[in-house]
Design a protein around this ligand. Structure first.
Ligand code: PMP
Length: 384
């Protein structure tokens, strides 16, 4: 008889080429694996080897809390991309940008416990802002929710207000602007040319970036803050020092290796590869949704990109899907029934009529997602 091979993952059939009808397309998490093929092409020049005896000391012992070489490399990256002003600004590294978000709330918050700072974000927003602010419970700050539901009355001093401005936004990709007049934390996790045209350099008091969405190395846990004010800088640095005694040297070395390759030829090969991946995914996704009346996705508006020197459409990391039918008020459940896993609108403080699809996972994940969506839209157009 014929030997039956076990097929990998979702595939079955004699030669493992048939997609199992049971298989669920997982577009839930924002794990940015889509750049793996780029790094496979650079396997040798991005490899890091560290001997057992090497780099053993605490970071403070040899003054490497932050590697100067890495800091300079990041400044160069920003000047090549044109997405942030770094001249005359301070920089602090963090364990992912997640840690810097909470360090920033600490640094900007009121030290008078009788009037804790009020922390806001605009719906729909990345849930960590709320979760961290609540979890790291303090007398100095309180999460107050959506900016729009908050009317700044006369008794609220603007120095007591901290607003997260996520630009581009997770989940909907919008280039957000502040709504309140207070202190701002600009979360620029997705402010890179693969996701959005870069209209000009960001020049805000406190800007946070992450390696996770730039190169896809989310597991390396590395982010950085760019800070104008010296007092704020010192507080963010104090937070990182007390929490971690600085960022792992092994991590810093790996980041340097990766960024050196990312900025080769002024970033052209890297960002073109990344952008082309995202653009192609958006073109295919837009085509499927254009045939649907039941589902819609966010509108994209062209902008001039100073990095690519042309006007382009954004290609956000996530599709923000709306279920248009009255009865489909749980959009995540509607997609789940069609074997598509997504993140519900209420996760982001929005209505469950919305749900988020991640577009930055592996090519296999994306292909499966597209197949499932195509089937769903096909059904809509054939049923009476
Ligand atoms: N900010 C935003 C808007 C994000 O979407 C994410 C990751 N999903 C982060 C920050 C945190 O990323 P990391 O801690 O990996 O840098």
């Amino acid at each position: 008889g014929r030997t039956v091979c076990e097929c990998y993952g979702c595939y079955g059939g004699a030669d493992c080429s048939e997609l199992s009808s049971e298989c669920v397309a997982d577009a839930d998490s924002g794990d940015p694996v889509y750049l793996e093929p780029f790094w496979m092409q650079h396997a040798a020049d991005t490899a890091v080897v560290i001997s057992g005896w090497h780099r053993m000391s605490y970071n403070y012992a040899d003054d490497t809390m932050m590697s100067i070489e890495l800091e300079n490399c990041i400044r160069k990256l920003h000047s090549i991309v044109g997405n942030a002003i770094t001249e005359g600004r301070y920089m602090v590294f963090g364990v992912g940008s997640s840690q810097l978000l909470s360090a920033a709330v600490y640094a900007l918050s009121s030290e008078i416990s009788s009037s804790p700072s009020k922390v806001f974000a605009s719906k729909p927003f990345y849930p960590i802002y709320k979760d961290q602010t609540v979890f790291f419970n303090s007398n100095n700050f309180q999460f107050k929710g959506d900016t729009n539901s908050w009317q700044l009355n006369n008794s609220t001093n603007s120095t007591d207000v901290i607003e997260f401005v996520t630009s581009p936004n997770n989940p909907d990709g919008e280039l957000k602007k502040p709504v309140l007049r207070g202190k701002t934390i600009y979360d620029h996790a997705y402010f890179w040319p693969e996701f959005t045209p870069i209209p000009g350099p960001s020049d805000h008091d406190l800007m946070i970036f992450t390696l996770s969405k730039l190169t896809g190395h989310a597991g390396t846990r590395f982010g950085w803050a760019i800070i104008k004010n010296k007092d704020v800088y010192e507080k963010v640095l104090k937070y990182i020092y007390l929490a971690d005694m600085g960022i792992s040297k092994d991590t810093q070395l790996r980041v340097l290796k990766l960024l050196k390759v990312a900025i080769e030829e002024d970033g052209k090969p890297f960002f073109e590869f990344a952008y082309n991946q995202m653009r192609e995914r958006w073109e295919r996704l837009t085509f499927v949704f254009s045939m649907s009346k039941r589902f819609s996705i966010q509108k994209r508006h062209p902008l001039h990109c100073n990095f690519f020197h042309e006007t382009r459409l954004p290609s956000p990391a996530y599709a923000w899907v709306k279920c248009e039918r009255e009865e489909d008020d749980d959009c995540k459940a509607v997609l789940e029934a069609a074997k598509i896993r997504s993140s519900s609108g209420s996760t982001f403080g929005a209505e469950d009529r919305y749900t988020r699809l991640s577009l930055i996972k592996s090519q296999d994940d994306f292909e499966l997602l597209l197949q499932r969506l195509t089937q769903l839209v096909f059904l809509e157009n054939t049923s009476i």
